[in-house]
Ligand binder design. Structure first.
Ligand SMILES: [Zn+2]
Length: 206
């Protein structure tokens, strides 16, 4: 089974412990190959023979296209608002994303006060090109605990980050550029996809 991305995690090192399984090994190998090839994308592509080789940040748990719907489950208007902000952040980013919210969607977004340490978790199921769906949970408890006076900003950042997994972006991309997908980002100021994130989504789905 695909492992979830337990991310937006308070501790980057702990989150990395969840990188297991087939998908993550592929990514790890791609990164190793990239290092050996001194950054030569062509060599990396040959080494692993995959269409995604040029995108070390590719996460196989994402959706098969950039156009999909999500259903809000058991949350009030405030949390639906965070979901909607996340959708709009992506839809307006120039990444070609078209994320809708419908009551009939199979993919789900919810929130609660969970005992785990993460801020958000993205759990895919099914097969990417057949019946892929996901469930996103956002943790009001940890976000409230750690966000100080910026709860709203942090919730928006986390909601948008989790939707980024639906667009096949992995956590903690290996880049010095700013990224919504980095656990180390400032969640108060980095709420939206950054140019690097937009470029990666366009590359993955082109
Ligand atoms: Zn994540």
């Amino acid at each position: 089974m695909l492992r979830p991305r337990t991310h937006d995690h308070a501790r980057g090192t702990a989150a990395r412990e969840h990188r297991h399984g087939e998908v993550s090994l592929t990514i790890k190998y791609a990164r190793t190959a990239a290092r050996l090839a001194a950054g030569t994308a062509l060599t990396t592509a040959i080494a692993i023979g995959g269409a995604t080789a040029a995108h070390a940040d590719y996460y196989d748990g994402g959706m098969p296209s950039r156009s999909w719907n999500v259903k809000a489950v058991g949350i009030n208007d405030t949390w639906v608002g965070f979901l909607d902000t996340g959708r709009k952040n992506w839809n307006n980013a120039g990444a070609g994303a078209n994320i809708g919210r419908t009551s009939s969607a199979k993919a789900e977004f919810t929130a609660g006060r969970y005992s785990q340490s993460w801020y958000g978790i993205y759990s895919p199921s099914g097969f990417r090109h057949i019946n892929r769906v996901f469930k996103i949970k956002v943790n009001a408890r940890t976000l409230e605990r750690d966000s100080g006076t910026h709860m709203t900003e942090w919730c928006r950042s986390t909601a948008t980050h989790e939707l980024g997994h639906g667009l096949s972006l992995d956590d903690n991309p290996n880049t010095s550029k700013a990224s919504l997908m980095k656990h180390s980002r400032n969640r108060t100021t980095v709420q939206k996809p950054q140019p690097y994130d937009v470029s990666e989504v366009k590359g993955i789905y082109s």
